[in-house]
Design a protein around this ligand. Structure first.
Ligand code: C5P
Length: 235
């Protein structure tokens, strides 16, 4: 796709949000985690509700077979459109990007698996892009000691190195991007566990904003239990 230079385009136009819910939930177990109930509401609905309030347009990405759910979400006004995602997370982002209007100035990508991200966090990453950043992502300090591990010749996992955690952060979504920066990062069908990594690989400058310790990702059933406690504590 042909894009203008980053400097030439304003970023104070419409904000589009892409909410990713096309994961199969292989690591979660039987039910896809995005449809589990959290405080009486589906995990996906919570994530969508916050995006709805913070963005002008919302596209939700669903797994094949979830078309009826998508139609209902659009009928209810929870999303403007739904698309069916791809095999990997980055494929799903690209499925949505193909449906984002050319007028979009800022694109926010959010994992439905993070239902507790606050409206303030959405506003913070968008504000950073409005203030001039190409990309802005939330991150929190790493509190555990992190080690790199390799497997010995006899198959035993052993420590290869201890990393300096003062240099490390744990990254979350929502992640906000100047629209053309995100399109350019996805112009080649590469894969990454987040969109910022693709921007970085393209030489882009990614700004960090303060993340939220309560903004956990639902990966296993135990995370849902923790999220329920956090939700109650958030009030
Ligand atoms: O698998 P993981 O937890 O990293 O997924 C992060 C988010 O990306 C989830 O909300 C999941 O539904 C979404 N996803 C997707 N399409 C895929 C894989 C994951 O929309 N192919």
């Amino acid at each position: 796709m042909e894009v203008n230079s980053v400097e030439s385009l304003p970023s104070d136009g419409p904000v589009w949000a892409i909410v990713l819910a096309a994961g199969s939930g292989r690591r979660y177990g039987v039910h896809p985690k995005q449809y589990e109930l959290l405080g009486g509401e589906r995990v996906l609905d919570r994530a969508l509700g916050t995006c709805r309030a913070a963005a002008d347009h919302v596209i939700v990405v669903l797994a094949p077979g979830d078309e009826a759910i998508g139609e209902q979400l659009v009928a209810d006004g929870a999303a403007d459109a739904f698309v069916i995602g791809g095999v990997e997370r980055s494929d799903s982002v690209r499925c949505a990007l193909a449906n984002v209007d050319e007028e979009a100035a800022v694109i926010v990508v959010h994992d439905a698996a993070r239902p507790l991200a606050s409206a303030a966090l959405h506003e913070a990453v968008v504000a950073a892009v409005h203030a001039g950043a190409e990309a802005a992502i939330p991150a929190i300090a790493v509190i555990d000691t992190i080690k790199r591990v390799e497997v010995d010749s006899d198959g035993t996992p052993v420590v290869a190195a201890t990393l300096d955690r003062r240099e490390l952060v744990a990254v979350q979504t929502p992640q906000a991007f100047r629209a053309e920066v995100l399109h350019r990062a996805h112009a080649h069908a590469t894969d990454a566990t987040d969109d910022a990594a693709l921007v970085e690989a393209n030489g882009g400058r990614v700004v960090i904003v303060a993340g939220e310790v309560t903004n956990i990702k639902i990966t296993g059933p135990e995370d849902l239990a923790v999220a329920a406690v956090l939700l109650a504590s958030l009030g």
